[in-house]
Ligand binder design. Sequence first.
Ligand code: ZN
Length: 195
Amino acid sequence: MELNPSWDMDKLEAIVPRDELWKFTDNFKIKPTVSDRPIWPTGKGNAFSVKSGYLLASSLRSSHEASTSVDDSELWNWVWGLEVIPKVKLFLWKCLSGSLPTAQALVSRSVELQPWCRRCGEEMESIEHAIRDCSWAAFLWEISPLRLTPVNQSDPWNVKVWVERIRSIPDKEVHNLFASLCWACWYAQNLCLSG
Ligand SMILES: [Zn+2]
């Protein structure tokens, strides 16, 4: 069988938003000469380590807690009712539904790339890290009008809990600014191409 070392764009467009196609076509090259092999997707060099296992287990627990701890229909109504441009609403919905294509999420779906943050390289690029905990993002939140201090890293809130805390503030302007800054953090993260 003849292998074609390129993406099937028709099929890819059916499952990936058009504005995110470049992440696949530019960054994840298909290697037809490399044989398939088992990997531990979240370990450095695709090797298992206790740290990578702990972090993965923690993120799975956070996702489970997030999916069961809030009234989702109320949350979605809040997202779509924000007074921000539509792409910011869509972005926040992706964050809260776990469908944002972070490096960690892509690796968990067997995409071959390093799961580490494209900006600092210190932690896995989870949603929380990309838009809140990375040092650059944390600095942005601190100097913003919201003056948000970094969350306690020994007990980091997942993104849904974090959003719920913001949502409990009775000020629509705060909500709108929060959503826009979340999007800005992700936009800046994507300016750092993965190596
Ligand atoms: Zn980082």
